[in-house]
Design a protein around this ligand. Structure first.
Ligand SMILES: Nc1nc2c(ncn2[C@@H]2O[C@H](COP(=O)(O)OP(=O)(O)OP(=O)(O)O)[C@@H](O)[C@H]2O)c(=O)[nH]1
Length: 246
C-alpha cells in the first residue's frame, strides 16, 4: 500500500529511553507528538483502519503490511497534535504464545498508545487479544499505556464469529476503551477510537493543569504589608484567646 508517504519503517525507530527518542516528543513545528501503534492478527483490517483514519477513505485491497509509519495532525481539546500512526504486520498465536518479533516489540515500546484490532468475522483474532494486551503492558512496565480495543468489520454481522458484546466485556476487563467499527462503512467510529487515545495520551503527558497555570503558580506573589499585619495581629489575638483561661 503506497497511498501515503512512508516516513520510515519500524527498524529505524530510536530505542526507547534514548536521547533521540526523547526528542521525538515534539513533532513538526514543535507540536506535541502522539505515537500510536496499531496491532492485531493478520487480515483484521489494520491497514484499512489506518488509511481510513488518515484519508477518510476506504480502499478495499492492500499489499500485505510491512510496517509503515504515517503522520497527520489532529485537533484535540483545542490543541493541534502531530500524530504518528504505525501500521504493523499481523500477529499470530502459537501454542507457546504470540509471534511477536523484535521489530514489533520495538514498535510497541516506541508507542505512547496502542490500538488493538480484531475482526468480528475471525474468532482467532479475538482469542489472542488477552495475550496481546498483556504483552503490550509488559513492554511498558511501570506505566499505564493507553489502549483502545477495536472490533472491526461490523458490516459483516451475517458471518460474525464473535459477538461484539464480548469485545465490550473484554475491554472492560482489560480496562481499556472499546469501539465496534466498520472501517468500510463508517468513518466516525474510526476517528473516535484514535481521538480518545490522543486525549488519554495528552492527559497523561499533562496530568495536572496547563503549563500556563503551573507557570502562574510559580510566580511569587507580592506580599501585602497589610495582610502580613493582619495575619500577625490575628495570631496574637488567637494566642491571647488561648492564653485567656489560664
Ligand atoms: N467488509 C469489510 N472488509 C474490511 C473491513 N476492513 C477491512 N476489510 C477488508 O479486510 C481485508 C484485510 O484488510 P487489511 O487492512 O489488509 O488487514 P490487515 O490487518 O492490515 O492485514 P495484514 O497486513 O495481513 O496484517 C481487506 O480485503 C479489506 O478490504 C471492514 O470494515 N469491512
Amino acid at each position: 500500500m503506497r497511498l501515503i508517504q512512508n516516513m520510515c519503517t519500524i527498524a529505524e525507530y530510536p530505542a526507547a529511553g534514548s536521547a533521540a527518542a526523547a526528542e521525538c516528543c515534539l513533532g513538526p513545528a514543535g507540536r506535541r507528538l502522539v505515537k500510536i501503534a496499531v496491532v492485531g492478527a493478520s487480515g483484521v483490517g489494520k491497514t484499512a483502519l489506518v488509511v481510513r483514519f488518515l484519508t477518510k477513505r476506504f480502499i478495499g485491497d492492500y499489499e500485505r503490511n510491512a510496517g509503515n509509519l504515517y503522520t497527520r495532525q489532529v485537533q484535540v481539546e483545542g490543541e493541534t497534535l502531530a500524530i504518528q500512526v504505525q501500521d504493523t504486520p499481523g500477529i499470530q498465536a502459537h501454542e507457546n504464545g504470540l509471534s511477536c518479533n523484535e521489530q514489533l516489540n520495538r514498535c510497541i515500546r516506541w508507542a505512547d498508545a496502542v490500538v488493538i484490532v480484531f475482526s468480528i468475522t475471525d474468532h482467532k483474532s479475538y482469542e489472542l487479544i488477552g495475550q496481546l494486551h498483556q504483552h503490550v503492558q509488559q513492554l511498558h512496565l511501570g506505566t499505564r499505556l493507553p489502549v483502545v480495543l477495536v472490533a472491526n468489520k461490523a458490516d459483516l454481522l451475517h458471518i460474525k464469529q464473535v459477538d461484539p458484546q464480548l469485545g465490550l466485556q473484554l475491554a472492560s476487563m482489560l480496562g481499556c476503551s472499546f469501539y465496534e467499527v466498520s472501517v468500510s462503512e463508517n468513518y466516525n467510529g474510526v476517528y473516535n477510537a484514535f481521538h480518545v487515545l490522543c486525549k488519554e495520551v495528552r492527559h497523561k503527558q499533562q496530568p495536572s493543569g496547563t503549563p500556563e497555570k503551573r507557570r502562574t503558580s510559580l510566580i511569587p506573589r507580592p506580599k501585602s504589608p497589610n495582610m502580613q499585619d493582619l495575619k500577625r495581629r490575628h495570631a496574637v489575638e488567637a494566642e491571647d484567646r488561648w492564653m485567656g483561661p489560664e
